[in-house]
Design a protein around this ligand. Structure first.
Ligand code: SF4
Length: 298
């Protein structure tokens, strides 16, 4: 997806758009309350990107019973740590932070070198596994559902992203409440609600990961062109979002395998019955419900 012009992203003078975003936000907040009630314990994996700050604002602002955690890879940009501190101060809450196991990081550095991730895809994936994937698995342990800030419009391979799906890899429900939001809507929400965000976004970093693996993009470049830019597009993935067969979410344009859809509430959080065709999840009158079907227990 090509990035829209920066100045046009959050035009608060467009009152119709501001109102539409506010209405969508009502629906997302209702979904979050439903998830917190029906899938406890549920956690939000906060990568501290623009989308995730929208969800942070909704969860902490609403007092939803949803835990928020972030992964501190040890290689994050200074601006991201600064945002963590600013967000904690803004909301008066403490982020739960998961760090990598030191043995895994030491093993990577001993084997590949301190910046060995530049040398091969294998080395980069080893680093991502030690610093991201394993800590994520620890953070998700014992949870029934997890929430992500993924959007369908972020890349071609996310076009089929569902708001609610069953994540067979982590064996739990996966909620992407902003799946149908545009980048412009994200920024309208952030600015209209004075939500803290990463200073790097103002320097043309639409997608922010670890410092050595993220750069600014040029006008017209794909929003994820600044991530692992030295690799070909089909290897760019940290392993946090995998299909059940182990392939990477962004590895090809094929449809997600094994992730079943339950549509999000329409309008202000109300919804008709939507049938989940694969995992047996249902959304009834805005409430998530599960039925015994294809391995998902009621
Ligand atoms: S993004 Fe880069 S530094 Fe961060 S875990 Fe992956 S390879 Fe390592």
């Amino acid at each position: 997806m090509l990035r829209e012009n920066l100045p046009a992203i959050a035009d608060l003078a467009d009152l119709e758009l501001v109102a539409a975003v506010a209405e969508k936000a009502v629906g997302v907040k209702q979904l979050l309350r439903d998830v917190a009630r029906d899938y406890a314990p549920v956690v939000f994996a906060n990568s501290l990107g623009a989308e995730d700050m929208v969800l942070t604002d909704m969860i902490w602002g609403e007092g939803a019973e949803i835990g928020i955690f972030s992964l501190d890879t040890g290689r994050l940009p200074a601006e991201t740590y600064e945002l963590m501190a600013r967000a904690e101060s803004h909301y008066g809450r403490r982020l739960e932070v998961f760090a990598p196991r030191h043995e895994a990081v030491q093993s990577f550095v001993a084997g590949f070198g301190i910046n060995g991730f530049y040398d091969s895809v294998e080395a980069r994936k080893t680093c991502c596994h030690a610093r991201k994937v394993e800590p994520l698995q620890r953070a998700l342990a014992g949870k029934q559902a997890w929430i992500t800030g993924l959007r369908a419009a972020q890349s071609q391979t996310r076009e089929k992203l569902k708001t609610v799906s069953f994540d067979n890899v982590n064996n739990m429900v996966k909620i992407s409440p902003l799946a149908d939001w545009s980048e412009r809507e994200i920024w309208v929400y952030l600015r209209a609600n004075h939500v803290p965000y990463n200073a790097l976004h103002d320097r043309n970093y639409p997608s922010i990961g670890c410092a050595p693996c993220t750069r600014a993009i040029q006008p017209g470049e794909d929003v994820r062109a600044g991530r692992w830019w030295w690799e070909s597009a089909d290897t760019k993935e940290c392993g946090l979002h995998r299909r059940p067969d182990g392939t990477l979410v962004r590895a090809s344009a094929k449809a997600n395998v094994g992730e079943a859809e339950v549509k999000a509430p329409s309008g202000a959080g109300r919804s008709q019955i939507e049938e989940a065709k694969e995992c047996g999840l249902h959304l009834v009158d805005g409430r998530l419900q599960r039925i015994a079907k294809q391995g998902v227990e009621a």
